[in-house]
Design a protein around this ligand. Sequence first.
Ligand code: ADP
Ligand code: MG
Length: 691
Amino acid sequence: MRPEILFPLYAPITSLKGVGVRVAPLLEKLAGPVVRDVLFLRPHSVIQRTHATVNTAIEGATQIFEVQIDAFKKPRSPQQPWRVETYDGTGVLTLVFFGGFGGQLEQKHPLGAKRLVSGKVERFGLNLQIAHPDYFLPPERADEIALFEAVYPATAGLPARTVRKFALEALERAPELPEWQDAAWLAREQLPTWREALVRLHAPAGEIDLAPQTPHIRRLAYDELLAHQLAMAQRKADRRREPAAKLVPAEISAKIRADLPFSLTGAQERALADIRNDFAAGERMSRLIQGDVGSGKTVVAMLAMADVAGGGGQSALMAPTEILARQHFETLSGPLSDHGISAVLLTGRDKGLARAEKLRALASGAVQVAVGTHALFQDDVNFQRLQLAVVDEQHRFGVAERQRLQAKGEAVHLIAMSATPIPRTLELTVYGDLDVSRIDEKPPGRTPVATRAVPMSRVEEVEARLRDVIANGAQAFWICPLVSESELIDLKAAEKRAAELRQKIGPGVGLVHGKMSGPEKDAVMADFADGKISLLVATTVVEVGVNVPNATIMVIEQAERFGLAQLHQLRGRVGRGSRESACVLLYDPPLSETAQKRLDILRRTDDGFQIAEVDLELRGGGDALGLRQSGFPAYVFADPIAHRDLIATAGDDARMIVDRDPELTSERGKALRVLQELFDWRPSSPLRDAG
Ligand code: ADP
Ligand code: MG
């Protein structure tokens, strides 16, 4: 239920003066449907105006002049502008109006009248001019001209100045709200109240007031982060109140482990111990295992599934593509069945009798482990006693899909797996409601992938080398970038590249691209995995997690265009067998300094977590695109990089609040409910990866 005190902020934008049927859709597009959204619009820059005279005017500055109208120069054709000559006692200033704006000029500003005019000063030949002054007023209206003016986002038909007017009106509607932040903390950090912060947001006195570390921006960012962290902490606490069957490490699990041809890495041990702690706690587990491709997540999940089977329960492992599901099945079914645990593979391909047979086995409990794709959560799939869902590449599934699988049993534990390592601070933001285990150590004996950056001018050398290694039986990937807006154009480029390579290297060149259907892609990938294709040219990111141990070379064209995380993932496709592998980053010179640094870090390390940290630093505040793709919420005020410290504090604060006041009934608790409403972060909001 929304607190009454927020009603004015949740009124529709049409309640703002001047927002009628024409403006409302434009403003809604820019901000959102309610007054709160307009209140939360952020100015992106500040115009600073100074008073000047023509003889002291500064080109490029926005200045205010007091002038007298001297002459009107009508355009001789519609393409030409109106010109208004003015004089301020020190020199001539010409005002220029393009696009038929001049019609009413003479009426509104008669010859000889005194006027205040403001705008950006330009030089045109010997003359100074202002094109489309931002103010052109009689002197008695001087106070309408702001010396500092916040510039708001605008859209066609809705100029920034009008948006500013709406924002200021929204500000007037904003009530004082009860303080939800810890008073001592606010005082220590010298942060203003919520309302004061908004007042300053909308009245910046210079660029500095727009910077992320300005106290009022930090205050708003912290509010937003706390609202989000609190929602996630509440979710986590709710989940922990859901009782689930206690599970203990099974003997069968120990036997499987003893039979593995390797021993677990320390990081795998820790992840398994985390899972077993959760199993023993009698609460429903939601744990994310984060680790690079090849770090050995699947083995850990397998041992957890064996624990479940040992206790008489069932597990389901879901992968995003058929080929991945098949690979998992091949890895798991051997070790499991050796110890009497039977597994089935269930994908969209299973039809008719064979499928019915598998479904019966799952429903009766004859089978303890199901490995599959989306086919696993279809309505007619039933389990006798599903206790654990394992979701590989969890970001490829929607929350609803994962929940459908979990709904096939009671209080089903969840292990989500992700091969996209993210930095710690962001971990809290993206996965704050999950428990996270990191596998930050690779199994021993891998030869690192030799990584080189090579300018495009040397592509022929690369092709020649490819021809040699392929002749010796190796396999390789060649990734083409997505460069244009149009997938079709990218596809053409990739087809051309594939044709060229076919000419140079031979017939075993295949192409996989984004315009293909899932099954078509799977078919090409399967041919590659089977060795029928030696060189795979791809426009899209090669299917996550596909294991082709024989592939030893990864060529990435225009590597400078890819995100660091993406490059790291792509490189992870090779170096999976015992043979030496290489990754060639082809680039178009010259490289920007940042691009250079990005390619450098790839050459220096193979640690996904370290790469993710560097990636975050190199991004600077601006480009949050990659973050958003990895599930990072679209914050209004908080900046994931500039406000890292605040993310960590908000996480701690949220946990403390939930421990002390889980129902939010204290004074602060009640105020915090207002905060959550204000930012739409309620415990029930649809968070992407919530467990
Ligand atoms: P992920 O799922 O994290 O990508 P996998 O679990 O598929 O990684 O493991 C990749 C490969 O490494 C598999 O062939 C697996 O058998 C092997 N592997 C896993 N753990 C170890 C280990 N501790 N030592 C040696 N090899 C391992
Ligand atoms: Mg995997």
